[in-house]
Design a protein around this ligand. Structure first.
Ligand SMILES: [Zn+2]
Length: 119
């Protein structure tokens, strides 16, 4: 259940950036290789966010496909499964260039400067 640990750090980061404001939406980039179960992460997030400025915020996850660059022919392949293999020359000697991301890409916060009713 590593989703709980991830949710914990996401809420931490979001709360810190919120700076007293309420967070309404958190956009996450999640690399395919992190093998995060989205439903488990969403559940953990909701749990951990309770009592923080992030409580009730929407969690949006964008998955980043795993991508490797072949050390032999230089072709970049999108990797679907293990083993990671070059689509052009079948080499297994790939350098991973994407797919291990895991970070908060953006936050949407509630506007606290509410205009006072006129008149
Ligand atoms: Zn290759």
């Amino acid at each position: 259940m590593h989703e709980l640990a991830i949710a914990d750090s996401v809420v931490h980061v979001a709360s810190r950036h919120a700076n007293g404001r309420r967070v309404t939406k958190v956009c996450l980039k999640v690399g395919h290789l992190r093998q995060v179960v989205p439903s488990a992460l969403a559940f953990s997030f909701e749990l951990v966010a309770q009592g923080t400025p992030v409580e009730g915020a929407e969690l949006e996850m964008e998955e980043v496909p795993a991508t490797g660059k072949c050390r032999k022919c230089g072709v970049e392949s999108r990797l679907q499964s293990f083993p990671l293999q070059c689509a052009a020359c079948d080499s297994l000697d790939l350098e991973l260039i994407a797919g291990e991301e895991l970070y908060v890409e953006s936050l949407v916060m509630e506007e606290t400067q509410e205009l006072t009713a006129d008149s």
